[in-house]
Ligand binder design. Structure first.
Ligand code: ADQ
Length: 453
């Protein structure tokens, strides 16, 4: 069996990864073994010339360094202030600067130079996400011949958004250098084809086989999953947070998201406010726990979303709270995964309402954590990739506070038989399309060489 080499921006270093990519890839690599290459998480003045080995994991890990200038241009700049907003339909939040792109290209070229000597002829190289789009081009320049695939964890933008970048056509060209590009959902595959058609030179031979800018490649929809059995067990074994129940004395509604503008947290708060305005009978009967750890705080759009979230939580609590009841509890830090699992299990409603999201693993974790005898209800945005396979959730438009408030009321009153019927179907999807299914699906597609037409 050939060795699997994964490359991502971040390496898994802490015990509690608050981010979907690390959670999923850790499960996949623990199973297959292999090498994981990524950034160590600290800037340095003098980057090492070669990758630095980091022992202590069930797979090999090797790190690259970044200087402060590289971090600012490559990570904070091009990746998180250009690609992230563009790929989530927020061109208005973009900060386009030529030096971002220049540094992004240079860092990818350096990672390729450090990685190439570590590669073996029969490796399979699996690159992850939007930080590393030019990596295949750089590795090929250095003569690497092994199959290289990219999995994009975020949505693929439509052509109007991609054209808002100064180099939209170059993005398509970067992707054409991979043997396989895996995307989260069918809608992303359609967006990619449209962009390749309009910004590049596309020939489509069917079944995901393409020629883009003269190069053969494959495109596939590979929805990411979770380790459902492990998560269900963690939820079952988690100590009940009795203290939480006695403090709230109410049914629990939970939201768990990095504090990102794509996750729709203020919209969710406004819908909760609408619910409380319309249903006085629910006062003191429902409490909303929002867990939102900090992320990318040096970028101004993230400071704005934090202020907006905290302001709204304060205002809604001020409007409705009583001596015995605080409607919104807001926690701005990561929690251990087993604590999260136990909280999901206790919550009568799971709220997953992003404005745009590649997949959203929280939707799958919430389902896996439920008590089969008395499961809660998942409310899910139609703009999460997860909505393509989780149609038994209450699917909503997160921009419409009335629709979302109605779904909250419906979930609270849903009879147990209907909750069980919906949950069984959702759980079937979460169990069958789990993280192993996802990595097998991607890697077996990578092994199939594109068929020249
Ligand atoms: P994210 O945008 O990070 O991932 P998501 O898929 O929801 O979004 O994953 C978040 C992960 O972090 C979940 O496993 C969650 O449990 C964990 N997490 C969140 N808050 C936490 C907290 N306070 N404490 C501990 N853990 C916390 C990106 C894409 C998604 C895609 C994933 C995987 O944006 O669309 O689903 O990658 O491909």
């Amino acid at each position: 069996m050939s060795r699997l080499v994964c490359v991502s921006n971040r390496l898994p270093l802490g015990p509690n990864p608050a981010g979907g990519l690390v959670v999923a890839l850790k499960s996949a690599l623990t199973e297959t073994g292999g090498l994981w290459v990524g950034y160590r998480g600290e800037v340095t003045e003098t980057p090492s010339d070669s990758l630095i080995d980091l022992p202590g994991a069930p797979f090999e890990r090797a790190a690259f360094d970044l200087t402060q200038e590289e971090f600012d241009g490559y990570y904070r700049g091009y990746a998180n202030s250009e690609l992230w907003p563009i790929f989530h339909g927020r061109a208005d939040l973009c900060d386009i600067r030529p030096e971002h792109l220049e540094t992004y290209r240079a860092v990818n070229a350096r990672i390729a130079r450090q990685l190439a000597p570590r590669l073996r002829r029969d490796d399979r190289i699996w690159v992850h996400d939007f930080h590393l789009l030019p990596l295949a081009q750089e590795l090929r320049r250095l003569g690497v011949e092994a199959p290289i695939g990219l999995f994009l964890h975020i949505p693929f933008p439509d052509v109007h958004n991609l054209s808002a970048l100064s180099n939209g056509a170059e993005v398509i060209d970067w992707l054409s250098r991979y043997d396989l590009v895996g995307l989260q959902a069918d809608r992303d595959v359609l967006s990619f084809l449209d962009c390749a058609w309009q910004l590049g030179n596309l020939e489509d031979f069917g079944k995901g086989r393409l020629k883009v800018n003269g190069r053969h490649m494959r495109i596939a929809s590979c929805p990411i999953g979770i380790d459902a059995e492990e998560f269900a067990a963690a939820a079952r074994d988690a100590p009940r947070e009795d203290r939480l129940r006695s403090l709230t004395g109410a049914e629990l509604m939970i939201g768990v998201d990095r504090l990102d503008y794509s996750k729709g947290i203020p919209q969710r708060f406004r819908a909760f406010q609408e619910l409380l305005e319309q249903h006085e009978d629910l006062h003191e009967k429902i409490a909303f726990l929002q867990i939102a750890p900090p992320t990318r705080e040096a970028i101004s759009a993230y400071q704005v979303i934090r202020e907006e979230t905290e302001h709204l939580a304060g205002r809604i609590n001020g409007q409705f709270a009583t001596i015995n009841w605080t409607p919104i509890r807001y926690i701005h830090r990561p929690l251990p995964r087993d604590t999260l699992a136990g909280l999901y299990r206790q919550a009568a409603i799971g709220l997953v309402t992003p404005l745009a999201d590649g997949m959203n693993l929280v939707a799958k974790e919430y389902v896996a954590a439920q008590d089969p005898e008395d499961p809660g209800v998942l409310i899910l945005s139609r703009f999460a990739g997860a909505a393509e396979m989780m149609g038994e959730a209450l699917i909503i438009n997160p921009h419409d506070p009335c629709e979302l408030a109605l779904a909250m009321a419906e979930a609270l009153h849903m009879p147990r038989t209907e909750r069980r019927r919906r949950w069984e179907r959702l759980m079937h999807v979460v169990q069958t399309q789990d993280v192993r299914w996802w990595s097998k699906r991607f890697l077996s597609a990578l092994e199939r060489q594109p068929i020249p037409a």
